[in-house]
Design a protein around this ligand. Structure first.
Ligand SMILES: [Zn+2]
Length: 697
């Protein structure tokens, strides 16, 4: 997932606390190497006054532009707006990163205080009529101003951001919109906070060794360590965090316990208690329709998709429809084969959703003599990370050097300097790969500073990659499963996008959500490529490269369980689209809505949507993927087709890599996404490589 840096158009309010400028490290010059954030000095109490000062500086800058008597020009208006929120972005980027990766009750409290204020600040800018008039003048005359391609794009994007932000509304509607935005800003935070607390709350405590039957040694060791930490010495604790949950579902012979932990997972924030998210989900969905209608759109999906490659809901539903039938059919065949296995074992129960992982591993073992645990020794975290770096070196010549002289926000973080082949500094990459109680689930790419070079002032990017990967346990280092391996490469792909982008402006850096997964997902192709795998997948004890025999098994089983993977993903995509296709606020039961939505597409009961509404953080948390969860598979058409370009030449073909770097990574959002793709590939993408990869052809 890509957590976008917050838009630059955010601004002012009057917050309570204050501390002198010279003692607040967020306000001073960042003197660590490359201007890295001074995490050794930043304390929680520094954030509020820094937000306050950041908003004040932007408000003053905006007021000066709006009051200017000079005729509006690209430089005195658009470029000045672009530069106006520098300090605020800096503070906000650091704060948001800590909220996701290293939060605390105090940070959560500050977030809830600041969110509505930032929302009002942004609206104050968007609703500034004098400012908007200047923007419109430049936008209307953009073809005659001799602007560069990127400058023209900045004029268009800024104008559209203002219009979509309500600049054309009357005063009454502007006030309504501001209220909606404020409320939404807090609801998303509350959703994520509830989810974080709910995940930390559940524990499956096992005190009888027999109840561990079937579990791999590493999972047992990790569970013993978890128990120790939670004050249950001598017992074992499993949680609904993926590194604990997945091996349990795959290998526990205790069907009743699998059911228990799986139900805890799929019912997160759906217990009718203080952490229940159902009311929040409904309120968010309803506020989004209201906002869309206020802005002249039928639904939130129409509003959101206008800025995506897909353009409208009909195109998304049509696309999902093309994949749904073959995926469901394939999943049905998979379920039948698992049911056969149950019968063969002499049982006569019906396959249920909490059985899926268990029988998938059994059948995979029987059919391909392969299971997840056989692969782990070849995927030590250090080797996989080194593999991702090696890939970037082979493609783009860039290098990664660990820096130990840069302040970190947590001891588990590692910092790397990224350099061109000739040694020129590109930026910094922070990696933070293990789960913690104060860290959001999943994996994402974020950052502390975006690349930009406004008026020749070069700012190099500072990017983060965060995950929740298997921890070292006992004497063994962190050994990843295959899914974690591809996730690491995925987030690293986002990082390369943020590191290698070369736009002048930050606004022209952003790309559509259904395009942003191209740079990330294309990396997964190399991660699983036999030739490349041999270069990084080395046994953690012997150093021996992954044997050909094992690679052959991975390859021959590559479409195994893809019916399930595709169906559970598409189900969540439909659910997302349905929530955002409301044409008016609705008073519905959230679970009934979900049942109806998934019933309409005929999802089989053995499969649960990849996300249920109450923990669908992609769309109800920070909301970046609202009416956009389909983006992953949409972009998979692009990445599968793009990777073909390497297949047609060679795996590390420098010319193809250079074309990808120039037209996709460096270009950012300086042109329409499809235009960029065509520049790289010489034509529009074809869907066939994706269908083949997923075994859906
Ligand atoms: Zn992603």
């Amino acid at each position: 997932m890509r957590r976008p840096f917050l838009s630059l158009i955010i601004v002012l309010a009057f917050l309570s606390s204050c501390s002198p400028r010279n003692t607040n490290p967020l306000l001073g010059e960042f003197t660590a190497p490359f201007g890295a954030p001074p995490f050794d000095k930043i304390r929680t109490e520094h954030y509020l006054p820094a937000f306050q000062e950041g908003m004040k500086q932007q408000r003053d800058a905006i007021a000066a532009i709006a009051a200017s008597t000079e005729a509006p020009t690209f430089t005195n208006t658009l470029e000045t707006i672009e530069a106006s929120g520098k300090l605020l972005s800096r503070v906000n980027n650091i704060f948001q990163s800590m909220m996701s990766a290293n939060t605390s009750d105090e940070l959560q409290r500050i977030a809830k205080e600041v969110a509505p204020v930032l929302s009002a600040h942004a609206d104050e800018i968007l609703f500034n009529e004098k400012l908007f008039a200047r923007i419109k003048t430049i936008y209307d005359g953009r073809d005659a101003l001799g602007l560069s391609q990127e400058q023209k794009r900045l004029a268009e994007k800024t104008y559209r951001d203002f219009v979509r932000g309500g600049a054309n509304l009357n005063a009454v509607d502007k006030a309504k919109l501001a209220e909606i935005n404020k409320e939404l800003s807090v609801l998303g935070l509350q959703f994520e906070e509830n989810l974080l607390k709910e995940v930390s709350r559940f524990e499956l405590v096992i005190d009888n060794k027999d109840d561990l039957a079937g579990l791999p040694e590493a999972a047992v060791t990790a569970a013993a360590e978890e128990a120790q930490q939670r004050g249950y010495a001598g017992k074992w604790v499993f949680t609904v965090r993926k590194p604990s949950l997945v091996p349990f579902l795959q290998y526990s012979e205790r069907r009743d316990l699998r059911e228990k932990i799986y139900k805890a997972y799929i019912n997160r924030c759906d217990h009718g208690d203080d952490l229940d998210n159902k009311n929040i989900v409904l309120r968010i969905a309803n506020l989004r329709v209201e906002r869309a209608r206020l802005l002249g759109y039928k639904t939130h999906a129409d509003f959101g998709l206008e800025e995506h490659m897909a353009k409208n809901p009909a195109a998304v539903y049509e696309f999902l429809g093309k994949l749904w039938k073959p995926a469901l059919a394939r999943a049905g065949r998979e379920a039948a084969s698992f049911q056969d296995m149950i019968k063969k074992e002499g049982n006569n129960f019906k396959l249920e959703s909490w059985d899926w992982w268990y029988y998938a591993e059994k059948v995979r073992k029987a059919q391909y003599d392969l299971d997840d645990e056989m692969l782990r020794p070849y995927f030590e975290l250090e080797n996989v990370r080194a593999g991702a770096f090696l890939l970037a070196t082979k493609l783009y010549g860039i290098t990664f050097t660990e820096r130990t002289d840069i302040p970190k926000y947590h001891p588990e973080v590692r910092v790397y300097e990224v350099k061109e082949a000739d040694g020129k500094h590109i930026g910094l990459l922070y990696t933070d790969y293990h789960p913690r109680d104060n860290k959001q689930g999943g994996a994402w790419c974020g950052g502390f500073r975006e690349e930009s070079k406004i008026a020749g002032k070069i700012e190099t990017p500072i990017i983060t990659n965060c995950g929740n990967f298997t921890r070292p346990a006992g004497d063994a280092p962190s050994l990843l499963n295959f899914d974690e391996v591809t996730t690491l490469f995925h987030e690293f792909g986002h990082a390369l996008h943020g590191l290698l982008v070369e736009t002048v402006y930050i606004t022209t850096q952003g790309v559509a959500t259904d395009f942003v997964e191209l740079p990330s997902q294309i990396m997964e192709n190399w991660a699983t490529d036999p030739e490349f795998m041999k270069m990084y997948a080395k046994h953690y004890q012997t150093g021996e490269a992954i044997p050909d025999e094992l690679i052959a098994k991975i390859k021959s089983s590559s479409t195994f369980n893809q019916g399930f993977a595709t169906a559970e993903y598409l189900a969540a995509s439909y659910l997302d689209m349905d929530w955002h296709s409301l044409t008016e606020p609705a008073q519905v039961d959230v679970n009934a809505f979900e049942t109806q939505s998934l019933g309409r597409i005929g999802l089989i009961p053995e499969i649960v949507s990849r996300y249920r509404s109450t923990y669908f953080a992609h769309i109800f948390g920070d909301g970046g993927y609202a009416a956009g969860y389909y983006s992953y598979i949409w972009a998979e058409v692009l990445d599968a087709d793009a990777f073909q370009a390497f297949r047609e030449t060679s795996l590390f073909d420098r010319k193809t890599a250079q074309a990808f770097r120039t037209n996709i990574l460096a270009a950012g959002g300086s042109e329409e996404e499809m235009a960029l793709y065509v520049k790289f590939r010489g034509r529009e993408p074809k869907i066939e490589p994706l269908l083949e990869r997923r075994g859906l052809d």
